[in-house]
Write a protein that binds this ligand. Structure first.
Ligand code: SAM
Ligand code: DTB
Ligand code: SF4
Length: 360
């Protein structure tokens, strides 16, 4: 399904969001904090844990990703985890305060095979633990999305990553429309949508804002919007990118907050280089979630005790599961389709170009 980008619901123009972004920081953060308080409890931050259920060996060429088989990174590859392994990891994450578990697989797309049946079992298992269960498995067909929803999946993460124009500079093995189609399939199946992007890949501020406009124009808007600061991993084409400045992160979170007032903004990858004070500014500007636990998918994240200290110092409380939605029940599995859906391979052979010069 192709997601509608309804011009009537598109309340913000690029000029308007540029004006928002370029305001003096105090005005921008005050405006975003005001929107945040109208729609969310400003003292609650959801802790979500990531679990890489299948690591490395991915055929895609996402220029930021340590899990792409074609780059020479130092990650430990893993076959698909078993139900027991995932149950243990989920219970541990819950014990450390996480109310959501996001299972990631280094796949281009889901296939209608035994591994997908195993993922459905993983979803049923975590659903039974009363944690919000999210998955990020690559492209999905409508039938696969329906089967995940029937197994009790709560959210599907599929990021737009950047503007449509800059996306082509970073990824060649699939197109922007492929991403929008999967988001549409997840939405159509009744899953909540988690979609955001990465800053610090050499894109311009306009690219960042265009991505936000596309996300904000989806009807309905995503329930969850992760903003990642690039973790530049040695061996990837983006290994030399500089760490984004914390104030750029704060501005990005603030504008996300304002243009999508109901969503949970996730202060995602990149926190190991952010001070607690910098992160506090992100929470003030509207971030309502972090990834907790000492590992993201393959790269480091702050230790649990550091986050606990930060939460205590700021008087933040971890959000309970399903505070913003209803727990999905496990329903009848529609089963695999008789005929497999063929997924198109877009833009083969496209080359990544460094684009610092275009930066605004
Ligand atoms: N293979 C699936 C896909 O691409 O949709 C799911 C896993 S993928 C690792 C999930 C998301 O992690 C990507 O869309 C990207 O936004 C984010 N990500 C990957 N590597 C990153 C990095 N080095 N820094 C920041 N975010 C990253
Ligand atoms: C998202 O936007 N960020 C998370 C989650 N969704 C899946 C992933 C971040 C990955 C960072 C690089 C790594 O650890 O491999
Ligand atoms: Fe990494 Fe996902 Fe791209 Fe594969 S599809 S290279 S796992 S971001």
């Amino acid at each position: 399904m192709t997601v509608k980008t309804d011009p009537i619901l598109r309340r913000w123009t690029l000029d308007e969001v540029r004006d928002l972004y370029q305001q003096p920081m105090m005005d921008l953060v005050f405006g975003a904090a005001s929107v945040h308080r109208e729609h969310h409890d400003p003292n609650e931050v959801q802790m979500s844990s990531l679990l890489s259920i299948k690591t490395g060996g991915c055929p895609e060429d996402c220029g930021y990703c340590p899990q792409a088989a074609r780059y020479h990174t130092d990650i430990e590859e893993n076959a698909l985890m078993t139900v027991e392994q995932v149950k243990t990891a989920a219970e541990r994450a819950k014990g450390l305060g996480s109310s959501r578990l996001c299972m990631g697989a280094a796949w281009r797309n889901v296939r209608d095979d035994e591994e997908f049946e195993q993922v459905l079992d993983l979803v049923r298992t975590v659903n039974g633990l009363d944690m919000e269960i999210c998955a990020t498995l690559g492209m999905l067909t409508p039938n696969q999305a329906e089967r995940l929803a029937a197994a009790g999946l709560y959210a599907y993460n599929h990021n737009l990553d950047s503007s449509e124009e800059y996306y082509k500079e970073v990824i060649s093995t699939r197109g922007y429309q492929d991403r929008l189609d999967t988001i549409g399939n997840a939405r159509q199946a009744g899953l909540t949508v988690c979609s955001g992007g990465i800053i610090g890949m050499g894109e311009s501020i306009d690219d960042r804002l265009k991505m936000l406009l596309t996300l904000a124009s989806l009807t309905p808007q995503p329930e969850s919007v992760p903003i990642n600061a690039l973790v530049a991993v040695e061996g990837t084409p983006l290994e030399d990118q500089q760490q984004v400045n914390i104030f750029e992160m704060v501005r990005m979170i603030a504008v996300t907050r304002i243009v999508m007032p109901n969503c949970t903004v996730r202060l995602s990858a990149g926190r190991t280089t952010m001070s607690p004070e910098g992160q506090a500014m992100c929470f003030l500007a509207g971030a309502g979630s972090i990834f907790a636990g000492d590992k993201l998918l393959t790269t480091p994240n702050p230790e649990a005790f550091e986050d606990l200290e930060m939460f205590n110092a700021l008087g933040l409380r971890p959000t309970a599961p399903y505070a913003k939605g209803k727990k999905p029940s496990i329903t009848d599995d529609p089963g695999a389709p008789g005929e497999k859906t063929r997924i198109k391979w877009s833009r083969p052979g496209h080359k990544i170009e460094r684009n610092e010069a275009k930066r605004k």
